[in-house]
Write a protein that binds this ligand. Structure first.
Ligand code: UDP
Length: 247
């Protein structure tokens, strides 16, 4: 659904990249896949090294655990979310390893303190790392149960003054559609859509808390399919991939 009156897509100098946990798991959607991690690291390093873009990452954790799945089976909801947040720490460490094996300096900052394996989250320090050319990976979501890593991405983006939240999925769906294109042949892709439309039409993009937060703080969101090589680079340069959400 192209909107002819829409402005050209902006390019971005500081991004908050949010790969879902599944996007790091390769085809199976569970656990971690070395080749997928390496390919993701290569694309991130390209942005940093060749385009001079500051890259911060909030990693999802759904490849290991989703809090809701546990609580629906009777587990205490907070306990289940704690497990989910620990899953994101595993993803953060795996991505850090993939980046550093390719020579990229990184720091992992965790919202739940675990000083033996990661720095604690300190906003000023995170910004300093970015200024020094390091890729900063934020682990453990917001550190609070009842939230998602989408909300963590929106929050950290605001804190570090990122220009955009770029959400990478691995669902085979290359943006936001009017309905699920895997089950509904009439589904139409949006090139661009407003925050309000996402909320009122209940389009499946990010949870409502994250969308509302981005709207309030005027942070654009791009949703795209991470399995298509080169998409991330193009989006950062104002290319047409995925769907842009803004006012
Ligand atoms: N989680 C949480 N608080 C947060 C972020 C995440 O409790 O601030 C938990 C929650 O249980 C969630 C899980 O961590 O289901 C994994 O995160 P998410 O579902 O956002 O991962 P993704 O779908 O992006 O892979």
């Amino acid at each position: 659904m192209p909107s002819p009156e829409s402005l050209p897509r902006p390019s971005f100098k500081r991004i908050l990249f949010k790969p879902s946990g599944e996007a790091l798991a390769g085809g199976s959607g569970k656990g971690l896949d070395g080749d997928t991690l390496d390919a993701t690291a290569t694309e991130i390093i390209d942005l940093r090294a060749n385009l001079g873009v500051d890259v911060a990452v909030v990693v999802g954790g759904g490849n290991f655990w989703r809090g809701r799945e546990g609580s629906m089976k009777g587990m205490d909801a907070t306990q289940s979310d704690h497990i989910g947040m620990l899953g994101t720490v595993m993803n953060a460490l795996a991505l850090q390893d993939a980046l550093e094996r390719q020579g990229q300096e990184t720091r992992v900052q965790s919202a739940i303190e675990m000083p033996r394996i990661a720095e604690g989250y300190i906003r000023r320090r995170a910004v300093r790392h970015l200024e020094k050319g390091r890729v900063v990976i934020f682990a453990a979501g917001t550190g609070n149960p009842f939230f998602t890593t989408d909300t963590a991405a929106a929050l950290r983006a605001a804190e570090i003054e990122a220009d955009v939240v770029i959400k990478g999925t691995h669902s085979g769906v290359d943006g936001i559609y009017s309905a699920d294109p895997r089950t509904d042949p009439t589904a139409v892709k949006y090139d661009e859509v407003s925050y309000m439309e996402v909320m009122t039409k209940d389009l499946k993009v990010m949870d409502t808390t994250a969308i509302a937060f981005c709207r309030e703080n005027d942070i654009p969101i791009v949703v795209f399919d991470m399995s298509v090589e080169g998409s991330l680079r193009s989006i950062v340069q104002g290319g047409p991939e995925g769907t842009l959400v803004r006012r």
